[in-house]
Design a protein around this ligand. Structure first.
Ligand SMILES: [Zn+2]
Length: 66
């Protein structure tokens, strides 16, 4: 039994296994896409013409992709 709470809409969900929850850790495909959209929005807002000043890892703690 797997239970969780959607980080987008805060709704609780549960299922017998991860196979039953393809959208885990979200409650639905819709919330999964909302989260994806937010994540991409953060990426696109990164200043592309200012790479020398503050690095991406300093801003969000994630390693660079290249
Ligand atoms: Zn949700």
């Amino acid at each position: 039994m797997i239970t969780g709470r959607c980080p987008i809409c805060d709704r609780k969900f549960s299922g017998a296994s991860l196979q039953e929850l393809p959208q885990h850790p979200f409650c639905s495909e819709k919330c999964r896409l909302i989260d994806l959209g937010r994540w991409l929005g953060e990426r696109y807002r990164m200043p592309a013409d200012d790479a020398g000043a503050a690095t991406v890892d300093e801003l969000d703690g994630e390693p660079p992709f290249s």
